[in-house]
Design a protein around this ligand. Structure first.
Ligand SMILES: [Zn+2]
Ligand SMILES: [Zn+2]
Length: 239
């Protein structure tokens, strides 16, 4: 049915009734149900970052020397490794913006697909970075949970939905320095339960300095976890 001329002409029309008719990126007509409101041509511009990066926190390097960044040497993080699909830039940044701030919840599906192309060997459970109750009420969904669920479903790794809680509302991290970000988040997360000897995959949408991932990982270690790997869609410089 998918290849019949009839369905080809009908589906985009139906989509354009249900969703904005113009791709927010190029202004052309949306042609893809899965990535709507973005068109398939713009969506295909999302690229996996393949350049050099820190072997621990995945911060991109300008040069080709693979190794560990100075921040990870100075303050080794509580997570053992971070993996990120792309840079917070261009089409990936637009898609994340629509997902989170325009609350286009359905974009978690194509965005979640991007997270499947990593090695998850040895991971015992997947866990999302939590929002506060207030944050959850405001957005209506936890974007990290939707992404974590996708990885859990597709890779058949158990999901621990509420293994972490965000105890206190913190000021937005935007505009803060690395040190300010760490102080802002200090003690704002807590583990709910214990995870003795477990290797956990902590999922978030964007990683900037890694303060959030680090605070969460600290709590998970305190709760007995053996090893934390962080998985995010996009790696941002300071926002
Ligand atoms: Zn487009
Ligand atoms: Zn690093």
């Amino acid at each position: 049915m998918q290849n019949s001329p009839h369905s080809r002409s009908l589906i985009p029309k139906v989509i354009n009734i249900l969703f904005p008719s113009e791709c927010p990126s190029c202004g052309k007509e949306t042609d893809n149900f899965k990535t709507a409101p973005f068109c398939s041509s713009c969506w295909s511009g999302i690229e996996k970052y393949a350049g050099p990066s820190c072997r621990i926190c995945a911060t991109p390097f300008n040069s080709d020397d693979a190794g560990t960044c100075s921040e990870c040497i100075k303050n080794p993080p509580y997570f053992s490794k971070a993996m990120s699909f792309g840079l917070y830039d261009g089409m990936l940044a637009s898609a994340l913006h629509f997902f989170k701030f325009h609350r286009v919840k359905r974009l978690h599906r194509p965005l979640g697909d991007l997270l499947l192309d990593f090695d998850f060997a040895g991971i015992d459970a997947v866990m999302p970075v939590p929002l506060t109750m207030k944050g959850l009420r405001e957005r209506g969904f936890n974007q990290s949970l939707l992404l974590a669920k996708k990885v859990s479903d597709k890779k058949k790794i158990p999901l621990i939905m509420d293994g972490l809680i965000k105890k206190t509302e913190t000021a937005p991290q935007i505009g803060l320095s690395g040190k300010e970000r760490r102080l802002n988040l200090k003690n704002s997360f807590g583990a709910a339960g214990t995870f003795p000897g477990m290797k956990l995959l902590l999922v978030d949408d964007v990683m900037t300095t890694g303060s959030t991932a680090n605070e969460c990982s600290k709590e998970l270690h305190r709760a007995g976890a053996k090893e934390i790997t962080v998985l995010t869609l996009a790696r941002a410089n300071y926002l």
